[in-house]
Design a protein around this ligand. Structure first.
Ligand code: NAD
Length: 483
């Protein structure tokens, strides 16, 4: 696979105006993988102009949904053809284990197919008659694409996060400028190459690599961008909302989380341990919806903790390319330091480090960290309140349902939550009382392209995935006639 060290603008690979570049690093061995172009405001302007032109004059929004679906299906099929190569690239760029990366890429392809179906359905659903109280008038409500979208994404699921935005935006008839994270830009560049091979019309998808301040910020401020779709941290989300406010741009935000997992004492210990481990150690805990706050009913607490530690200490740590590895390195030096600082602060604030917290033996290079379990965590401590975005779980005991729900809801975040109990009436009741956009019962983290995804409170605004994801990229127009 070759890397172009270029940006993808108007259907072509072009050098950045100022000629800047940066290295991406393999977090398993701290070596450079590739040199990537660093876009600046001039490049952003070129990309936005290409997207504007494709939207205003290129005929993309006027195509039928069925015709747009054809392009999306070609993209899905090309992603499947390259699944192994793309997954390996994701492992080297992000550090995740290969089986997880293969799953991500498969899901990325499925996302394009799913929105191809929705694009087709849009043809029949585009206009809907509206019954008016005055019979001299007739009216229709019509769905139309929002326009040019600036999509800015994080580094934890690089290609999948691109698909969550690009697929529904293209299905709706929007054109896109995608800015991947500077930490993991490689698969977004491959997506550009796939779009070129799928003969997507020039300017419909543009991919610019670069840093938040130099490339992301000018994209958010550009007057020709109609919509900003962002996934990332709360502080950056705040800046994006401020930039959107200047031009009253349509904005959707998928931000951080500190999700709770309530486990009642009638739960099966083995199942609870299995889902706790998956809920926090999948993708190294670098998951916005990770269930990083575990609340266990007191009767089960000691027995569950003992099993949890046993299983956590068995997790195989290593290079994501190696067989049997379940926990890869954290994504980069900055994230490694951030997580280690959070662990040190947890200890300083009085929590008990029950397991992990250190660099594992035999891994002198790379950003490796043991699966980490804290107990005796106060609700006021930073490790209980703040998103760590690493393989660190905090466990507390609770006595009754009301206390568990109140504790779970005491957070400025509201992305996800989980509840476990064989008493389904109780689990369903608790699920309805949790202030979060996603609630899992008797599991944690399964994510479906068909179901709405997004957060309450500071976890974001708007919903991605499913029909809600398509609506993110549609305006509703009223056309009323006097007969
Ligand atoms: P980040 O906010 O640092 O960066 C995200 C993106 O924003 C990157 O592409 C970055 O270059 C860009 N950016 C940075 N500053 C910018 C600016 N001033 N203007 C425009 N763009 C700018 O986040 P991250 O560290 O890449 O990702 C981790 C965060 O993402 C976590 O908080 C996590 O919870 C969140 N996340 C949320 C979801 C979700 O669906 N809710 C999914 C994945 C990740």
């Amino acid at each position: 696979m070759t890397f172009t060290n270029q940006l993808f603008i108007n259907g072509q690979w072009v050098a950045p105006v100022r000629g800047g570049s940066f290295d991406t690093i393999d977090p398993a061995n701290e070596t450079a993988i590739a040199q990537v172009a660093a876009a600046t405001a001039e490049d952003v302007d070129r990309a936005v102009q290409a997207a504007r032109n494709a939207f205003d004059h290129g005929g993309w929004p006027e195509l039928s949904g069925k015709a747009r679906a054809g392009y999306l299906r070609r993209i899905a099929s090309l992603i499947r053809d390259r699944q192994q190569t793309l997954a390996e690239l994701e492992v080297r760029d992000n550090g995740k284990p290969l089986p997880e990366a293969l799953w991500d890429i498969g899901d990325t392809a499925y996302c394009f197919d799913f929105y191809a179906d929705l694009a087709e359905q849009l043809d029949a659903q585009q206009e809907k008659a509206v019954a008016l109280s005055d019979e001299r008038f007739s009216s229709v409500a019509r769905k139309e694409p929002v326009g040019v979208c600036g999509a800015i994404i994080p580094w934890n699921f690089p290609m999948l996060m691109a698909a969550w935005k690009v697929a529904p935006a293209l299905a709706a008839g929007c054109t896109v400028v995608l800015k991947p994270s500077e930490v993991t830009p490689l698969t977004a560049l491959q997506l550009a190459d796939i779009a070129r091979e799928a003969e997507l019309p020039p300017g419909v998808l543009n991919v610019i690599t670069g840093f938040g301040a130099d490339a992301g910020s000018p994209l958010t401020e550009h007057p020709d961008v109609d919509k900003l779709a962002f996934t990332g941290s709360v502080p950056t989300g705040r800046k994006i909302m401020q930039a959107a406010a200047a031009e009253i741009k349509n904005v959707s935000l998928e931000l951080g989380g500190k999700s709770a997992f309530i486990i009642f004492d009638d739960s099966d210990i083995e199942k609870a341990v299995e889902w706790i481990l998956f809920g926090i150690f999948w993708n190294k805990g670098e998951v916005c919806s990770a269930t990083s706050r575990v609340l266990v009913q007191r009767n089960l607490y000691d027995a569950l903790l003992a099993r949890l530690v046993e299983e956590a200490e068995r997790i195989r740590i290593g290079n994501g390319m190696a067989d049997g590895v379940l926990l890869g390195p954290l994504v980069n030096a900055a994230q490694y330091e951030k997580v280690q600082t959070a662990i040190a602060r947890g200890i300083e604030q009085g929590a008990t480090l029950l397991s992990g917290g250190k660099r594992p033996n035999g891994h002198d290079k790379g950003y490796f960290l043991q699966p980490t379990i804290f107990t005796d965590v106060s609700e006021e401590s930073d490790i209980w309140r703040e998103e760590i975005f690493g393989p660190v779980v905090c466990v507390r005991a609770f006595d009754d349902e009301a206390e568990a729900v109140a504790s779970a809801n005491r957070s400025r975040f509201g992305l996800a939550a989980a509840v476990m109990s064989p008493d389904l009436a109780r689990a369903e009741r608790v699920a309805r009382r949790l202030r979060a956009g996603i609630v899992w019962i008797n599991c944690s983290q399964p994510t479906f392209t068909e179901a709405p995804w997004g957060g309450y409170k500071q976890s974001g605004i708007g919903r991605e995935l499913g029909e809600w994801g398509l609506n993110n990229y549609l305006e509703t127009k009223q056309i009323t006639r006097y007969d």
